[in-house]
Structure formats: C-alpha cells, structure tokens
Design a binder for this molecule. Sequence first.
Ligand SMILES: *Cc1c(COP(=O)(O)O)cnc(C)c1O
Length: 232
Amino acid sequence: MTGRRDELAGRLREVRARMDTAAKAAGRDADDLELVVVTKYFPASDVDHLVDLGVRHIGENKDQEAAAKVAELARRDDVTVHFIGQLQSNKAGHVAGYADVVQSVDRPKIVTALDRGAERHGRRLDVLLQVALDGADGRGGAAPDEVPALADLVAGAPSLRLRGIMAVAPLDGDPRRAFARLREVADGIRAGHPDATWISAGMSGDLEDAVAEGATHLRVGTAILGSRPSLG
Ligand SMILES: *Cc1c(COP(=O)(O)O)cnc(C)c1O
C-alpha cells in the first residue's frame, strides 16, 4: 500500500505545483484555489491516503458509488464531499444525506428535491449551478440565460446555500474561451447574489486555463489518481 500512497503523493505534488505556477502567472494567490480531487471509480482506501496527504475535498459523480465510499471512509469528518455528477430528481434526496456540496444543479426540479432532502436530513447544502458552455451535449448544465432564475430559486431554498457556478469545458474548442464566458456568467450571478463567489472549473487537462479565468475550485481526477478503470 505504501506504493500507492507514494504514487498519489507524487502526483498530488505535481498538481499543486501546476496550481502554484498558474496562480503566479495570473497574478493570483494559490491559497485562494481549492483542489477537489475527483475520486470516482477509485476505492475509499485511496481517499484515506489522500486525506493523510492533506486533501480535504473530494468529488464523486455517481450516487451509489459515492454513498458507499463515504460510508467507508476512516475519517469522514476531515473530508468535504462534492457531488459533481448529473443528478436525477429521484436521487437528489439521497445525495443530500451525505454530500456537503452539490456542484451539478441545473434545473428547478433538482433544486426542489435537494432542498427537501437536505431538510429531511437536517442538513444545509452548498450548491453550485452547472452551466452548459456548449449547448446541449448531454453532459448536463443549464443554458447561461437560465442560470439567473435558477440562482434565485436556490437562494430562496431554506436548506440550500448558493455558492456559485460550475462548468466543464466543451469537448472541442478552446477551454480558455469557454472559461472566460463562464466568468461572465459568474459576474452576472454575483451582482444579485454577492456570496455566490465560487467558480468550479478546470480539470486535469485544463486547470491552467481555469485559473487564468478566475476559477476558485479545480476538479482534478486523472492527474492525481491515474487513468480510471474502464467499466467492463
Ligand atoms: C471526472 C470529472 C472530472 C475530473 O476529470 P479529470 O480529467 O480526470 O481530471 C472533473 N469534473 C467532472 C464533472 C467530472 O465528471
């Protein structure tokens, strides 16, 4: 197991160095960047190693897998769990029971279901609105012009707290331009909701572009955990 831990430690150092370099290049403070390590498809034992190595935020994208993994964690109190996958309204109440942050809220039905679920569990969830930057490509997200109404809805939900927005760069096209567009959407939301300051953008391949365009949260999987096992 020390082999795996050393491997994770080395890759984590590399990613943190990339974040430092990108922050410097953008004239930003690297301390203002939160690293969310995306542990989907990898076991709870990897999360435990990561927590030992100082990671405090993990990202998961499937309800069943996430719930089981969170239950297995040795030191749950040290970890903030971000749900980053597409949500169905019939799963949202369950997600509200273990996730601390839900980054992928993209329609009114999900807002209602999460709010009810959070209330039932006696919890308050941090919420990001997922913005689709390239039209409907099946990866979720609200169109930029739908985001303001969704923001108002979350802000009015007693068991949710609107923190900002999230996006995935389009599969083809320039991530820097997409993240610049995201920053404009973020500015628009913040005008009406001053506390919605988080911008979750940037993954293993494009975190530098995201930092350059104001991202506060980076979601990095492969660059730290390695290639995800294929699903059969
Ligand atoms: C899997 C995933 C990531 C991590 O992607 P990598 O390229 O492995 O860093 C980030 N965001 C979302 C929404 C994901 O589903």
